[in-house]
Write a protein that binds this ligand. Structure first.
Ligand code: ADP
Ligand code: ADP
Ligand code: ZN
Length: 228
């Protein structure tokens, strides 16, 4: 058995966290750090769609149609993908979900799937960043094609330009990070994803953090609310 991770008399093993926030708010950046600290898998539906696209699977090609427009992939397709991911053995230790759920029906499906096992998520962490900051974040985002690492030319630069600090892979600009698509993604966010803040508030799971601070400060605040 692996050692149990116990902090402040609380048992963080099997912790299940949902990351909420606009595209570019820093969900992925924070989710990676949470996953490392609490030894739980980081599950990003966007990363899974992009990996499928890279391999040219039917799912990836279908998802691309929506991603390129700044729209959401239909719930049915997304739910099939995520429910399959949950069956993998690493999920028994909990997880941090990044980019899922993104609609009320997705959140309801997650709540139900967990409730069927007498389970529930522990926290929904909302990383709050106003729209006017988002364009700046997205236009400078650079992603690693090999390991999924995320950097920013201004706020989180790599040691060598264009090269991933984590694996040496080549960095690229995501197709959907172009300003006109980012605008559409923000509209999509407000219409379909923002209502989840209210959903998790009503469920008593919501934790808010100020995402406009430095990456390390945002992370410290997340740890504080999780361990409070
Ligand atoms: P970001 O973190 O910048 O918002 P993601 O990598 O999470 O971007 O998502 C990229 C795109 O993948 C989204 O714009 C959407 O088209 C699709 N996508 C990711 N997760 C979901 C989801 N849960 N439901 C529907 N579409 C999704
Ligand atoms: P999301 O997963 O919510 O779409 P990312 O974690 O990919 O967001 O972050 C979007 C961009 O903003 C990336 O280029 C990332 O390096 C940068 N970033 C993340 N957090 C911060 C922060 N607190 N301050 C400044 N830039 C940040
Ligand atoms: Zn890399």
């Amino acid at each position: 058995m692996r050692p149990r991770l116990i902090l402040c008399n609380k048992d963080f093993e099997k912790m299940k966290i949902v990351m909420l926030g606009a595209p570019g708010a820093g969900k992925g950046t924070q989710a990676k750090q949470i996953a490392a600290k609490y030894d739980i898998p980081h599950i990003s539906t966007g990363d899974i769609f992009r990996a499928n696209l890279k391999e040219g699977t039917p799912l990836g090609l279908k998802a691309k149609e929506y991603m390129d427009k700044g729209s959401l992939v239909p719930d049915e397709l997304t739910l099939e993908l995520i429910m399959d991911r949950f069956t993998q053995p690493d999920c028994k230790n909990g997880y941090v979900l990044d980019g899922f759920p993104r609609t009320i029906p997705q959140a309801e499906a997650l709540t139900k799937a967990l409730a069927d096992n007498k389970d529930e998520i522990d926290y929904a962490v909302n990383v709050e960043v106003p729209d006017e900051r988002i364009i700046d974040r997205m236009s400078g985002r650079r992603a690693c094609a090999k390991c999924g690492g995320t950097f920013h030319i201004k706020y989180n630069p790599t040691k060598v330009e264009g090269v991933c600090d984590l694996c040496g892979g080549e960095l690229y600009i995501r197709d959907d990070d172009k300003p006109e698509i980012v605008k559409k993604r923000l509209d999509t966010y407000h219409a379909q994803t923002q209502p989840l803040i209210d959903y998790y508030e009503k469920a008593g799971k919501l934790k808010e953090v100020d995402g406009t601070q430095d990456v390390d400060k945002v992370f410290a605040d997340i740890v504080k609310v999780i361990e409070a």
